[in-house]
Ligand binder design. Sequence first.
Ligand code: ADP
Length: 485
Amino acid sequence: MAQDLRVLFVASEGVPFAKTGGLADVVGALPLALKELGVDVRILMPYYGAVKQGNIPTAPVAENLDVHTGLGTISCDIMAPTQGDHPFYFVARDEFFERSQLYGTPQGDYFDNLERFAFFSAAVLPFCQALDFQPHLIHCHDWQASLVPVYLRCRWWGEPLLAGARTLLTIHNLAYQGLFPKEKFPLLGLDWSLFSINGLEFYDKINLLKGGIVFADAITTVSHRYSIEIQTPEFGYGLEGVLKSRAGSLFGILNGVDYKDWNPETDPLIHANYSLADPKGKAKDKAGLMEAFGLSKNLAQAPLLGIISRLADQKGFDLVEAVLPQLMARDVMVVILGTGEEKYHRWLAGEAKKYPGKLGVKIAFDNALAHLIEAGSDMFLMPSRFEPCGLNQMYSLKYGTIPVVRATGGLADTVTQVGHVTGAGTGFLFEDYSPEAFLKCIYTALAAFEDKRLWRRIMQNAMSQDFSWNKSARAYLDLYQRLME
Ligand code: ADP
């Protein structure tokens, strides 16, 4: 059955072409794992400036396709890589996608994101027609692709090519819903009757994600815990009621890790490779990391705490801000790599000046440095307010970099609390979203670090965890097959 299954991924980013966060990792890796299970997967993504100017050359495979949108009929080309084995296709329309960023700048979102992603979603039909690709299932990701299930049910029902297609919507982060003023509704090319409580309306605005939740055949989130959390007011961002009404079709499937990219035994981006059996190289990576951030050599024996993150409220930076002075009062080093909201850029630049040699900050998106931080740190901090899945804590486990995380979403599903007596467990968790709880948890981890035998044991527990994509891909395949029945 998997042999005959044709699946179209519709997503707004994917490795190795364009990335702002975990979604791109999923879109880069899951199709390959599904392919190994025999599924024919293709991915449709916008043709951003980053793709056009990227290292992988592309060429048109279809030109001048008519895309019917609320703005009228607009043409697009479909591009595809000419090198490598990437099952990606791109919707090209420069006025929408050839920009410096994917969704907006640090100052704010692009003003025409509704037009951009409505156009992208509407291009699914002409894409399938031009390539004569008849998917059994369309797997849509996040708000940017949430119009696809709506279009399928409300606009394309007469199209034989897509008549039998099922849809699955994966929510990678419920905080991003694609909210727009209702005046833009006509641009979606949908009947006004869909601007209702049972459709895309949300407190007098358009909510694209809600459309996907209402119209997709099934919905998944990227961890089991998060699929439960989002049905509550604390995590539901106003959509908890709609999600609850779809609880029978809402599932949690944990993201996997691409161990081809994230494995200290083979990682080409770190200073020295190492493994569970032979962890010596990690010390060299720590030295390299300290040097990269200009940290004081006198602190070589002190624990090094790493953070790699989008600089957004979700990630708990108010907690980091609150505990930093106490942390810096100890023999501890901290390195932070991130980009995001302007207020955090300013704050971090200031802090870095206050604690030279102890606090290293880089405001950038730097994949090579992210790898070195995973390898060279002793602990990894992730005090997220909420975390749909989180990848960095899983990378950290593999690199023997012990996660100190808030017990929420995917963090709670992937990190197990260290027991002091038994030495079992892979990291340190705290429940309350408060500086006190976070600090206490860090102190517990720092105390464990002093006990070299215990620490080695925790590292062994962490490094032997397996979150490979194969398991997640099987869970998706199982769901696809249930949806086809
Ligand atoms: P989210 O998707 O919420 O941003 P995840 O932990 O799921 O968080 O995934 C983040 C991904 O982006 C990881 O692969 C992480 O290494 C990467 N990443 C985030 N910020 C940076 C950065 N500044 N430089 C390099 N990689 C980053």
